[in-house]
Write a protein that binds this ligand. Structure first.
Ligand code: FAD
Length: 411
C-alpha cells in the first residue's frame, strides 16, 4: 500500500496550493496530490472567461508546470477518485479499490456543478462550467449553436453569457430570483449588470423558474418555464452552484454544516483526527461574516486555507483570518469584491454606474463590511484596509469621490 506523510485529496486550487505551501513551510515529508481529473492542477476562473472566449490556452492555466512538482517531490496521482476514508486506519480508498495510507489527510475535493433535476434533464445539449473537460465539450458544441439559454444569473452564468454574446450568439439568461446576483450583491450591482447584458443583446429574465427541458431526438430544443412559456434553445448552460464533495468524510463521521460542506475550526481541522478540509467545501465560522458559518467559493479562500493547513502540519499553527476577496470579468468590466456583505443594513454608492466606474460600499451597524468595485481598483485596494481596520466612516464622506477611501481611515 502506498503511504504519504500528507495525502491531499483533490488537485484543484486548494489542494495544489496546500502542496506548494507545505514545501514553502519547509515540510520535508512525502506528499501525495490525488485528484479525479486527468490534468495537472489548473486555474478555474479562466474557464468562464478567456479560455471559453478562446483567448487563453489551457497550458497557461496550469497552476505550476510538471517540472515544478517533480522538483518539489510532490507525487501526482491523477485519475483517482476517493470514495471512502477510514480514519481509524488512516487510509483513503479509491473507487477501483486502491488503498492509500496517510499521516495527515487534506480534503480539498471542491464541489461538483449542480445540475437540473426537472423533466428533460437527461437531454443532450446541457452543459456546466466547472472543469476543463466541461468547457472543451461546451466549445465543441458552440459551432453548431445559435440560441443559448443560461440557467442561473450568478457570476458563472453571467461571465458565460458575456463571452457567448460577444461571439454573436443569441443568449437568454434565466434567473429564478427577482434579480441577478441576488445572493451575493446589492440591488444597484444587480441592476447595473442586467443593464450591461441587455445592452449587449442578452435577453435577461428574472423571476424565471425552469419547469422542464424539452427536446427532439434526445437533444434539447427549448426550456419550458413555470409560466408555461417556451424559450427555444440549441444549448443550455446550467450555472446554479455546486454540491460540495464531502460524502466520504461525512460517512466517516466528520461534522457537517447546514450550509453544506464539512465543518472545520479556525485551523481547518475537521472533527476527525489528522483530517483537514479546505477550499470550497470547508464550512467555517468567518469573522468577516460576523461569525456566521459559511463556505467561500473563491481562489482567495482556497489559497489562504491551504497556507493555514501547511502551517498546522509543520507545527506553526496560525488561525484562518483573511479578508475575503473575489473578482469577475464581464465585457470590459472588472468587478472586484472585498469583504462579505452578508447581513448588511445600508449601502453607499461611490461614483457613477453610468460612467462605468463606481463602487458600492456595504455597511453593517455603521461599519464598512464589503465593497463591490467596478473598474475601480483604487477603491478596492483602499476599501480592503477600511474593512480590516473596522472603519465607521461618515456615509456622506464615503459617497464623495473627491475623498480617497484611505483618508477615511480611523486615526
Ligand atoms: P476545485 O478547484 O474544484 O478542486 C477540487 C478538485 O478535487 C477537482 O479537481 C475535483 O475533480 C477533485 N475531486 C472531487 N472529488 C474528488 C474525489 N472524491 N476524489 C478525488 N478528487 C476529487 N473564484 C474567484 O475567486 N474568482 C473568479 O473569477 C472565479 N471564477 C470561477 C469560474 C469558474 C468557471 C469556476 C468553476 C470557478 C471560479 N471561481 C472563481 C471559484 C474558484 O475556482 C474555486 O473557488 C476554487 O477552484 C476552489 O478550489 P478547490 O480546491 O476547493 O476546488
Amino acid at each position: 500500500m502506498q503511504q504519504f506523510d500528507v495525502l491531499i485529496i483533490g488537485a484543484g486550487h486548494a489542494g495544489a496550493q496546500a502542496a506548494i505551501a507545505l514545501r514553502q513551510q519547509g515540510f520535508g515529508g512525502s506528499i501525495g496530490l490525488l485528484g479525479e481529473e486527468p490534468e495537472l492542477p489548473y486555474e478555474r476562473p479562466p474557464l468562464s472567461k478567456d479560455f471559453l472566449a478562446g483567448d487563453k490556452d489551457f497550458e497557461r492555466m496550469l497552476i505550476r508546470p510538471q517540472g515544478f512538482w517533480d522538483e518539489r517531490a510532490v507525487t501526482m496521482l491523477p485519475d483517482h477518485r476517493v470514495d471512502r476514508v477510514d480514519p481509524s486506519r488512516h487510509v483513503a480508498c479509491c473507487i477501483e479499490g486502491t488503498e492509500i495510507g496517510y499521516g495527515s489527510l487534506v480534503w480539498a475535493a471542491g464541489g461538483a456543478a449542480r445540475r437540473l433535476s426537472c423533466p428533460g434533464a437527461d437531454l443532450k445539449g446541457q452543459h456546466v462550467v466547472r472543469t476543463h473537460a466541461d468547457v472543451v465539450a461546451l466549445k465543441a458544441e458552440l459551432a453548431n449553436a445559435n440560441r443559448v439559454v443560461i440557467v442561473g444569473g450568478g457570476y458563472i452564468g453571467l461571465e458565460t453569457a458575456a463571452v457567448l454574446a460577444k461571439k454573436g450568439l443569441h443568449v437568454t439568461i434565466l434567473e429564478a430570483m427577482p434579480r441577478l446576483l441576488a445572493r451575493v450583491a446589492g440591488p444597484q450591482i444587480s441592476d447595473f449588470y442586467a443593464e450591461q447584458h441587455r445592452t449587449a443583446g442578452v435577453d435577461v429574465r428574472t423571476g424565471a423558474m425552469v419547469a422542464a427541458l424539452e427536446g427532439a431526438n434526445g437533444r434539447i430544443s427549448a426550456v419550458m418555464l413555470a409560466t408555461g412559456e417556451r424559450v427555444p434553445a440549441d444549448l443550455v448552460v446550467v450555472g446554479i452552484g455546486i454540491v460540495p464533495e464531502v460524502a466520504p468524510l461525512l460517512q466517516a463521521g466528520a461534522e457537517s454544516a447546514s450550509c453544506g460542506g464539512v465543518m472545520v475550526d479556525a485551523f481547518c481541522r475537521t472533527s476527525l483526527a489528522d483530517i483537514y478540509a479546505i477550499g470550497d467545501l470547508a464550512a467555517h465560522a468567518n469573522e468577516f461574516a460576523g461569525g456566521v458559518v459559511i463556505r467561500l467559493e473563491s481562489v482567495q479562500n482556497a489559497n489562504d486555507m491551504a497556507t493555514v493547513v501547511a502551517k498546522g502540519v509543520t507545527g506553526a499553527p496560525a488561525p484562518y483570518r483573511a479578508v475575503p476577496w473575489f473578482w469577475s470579468n464581464q465585457y470590459d468590466l472588472r468587478l472586484q469584491t472585498v469583504g462579505l456583505s452578508l447581513g448588511y443594513d445600508a449601502t453607499v454608492l461611490r461614483g457613477s454606474p453610468a460612467a462605468g466606474s463606481f463602487s458600492l460600499v456595504y455597511l453593517r451597524k455603521g461599519k464598512v463590511v464589503a465593497l463591490d468595485c467596478v473598474n475601480s481598483v483604487r477603491d478596492y485596494v483602499q476599501g480592503k484596509v477600511l474593512i480590516e481596520r473596522g472603519a465607521e466612516p461618515d456615509p456622506a464622506a464615503l459617497a464623495d469621490i473627491s475623498l480617497p477611501l484611505k483618508s477615511l481611515l480611523p486615526l
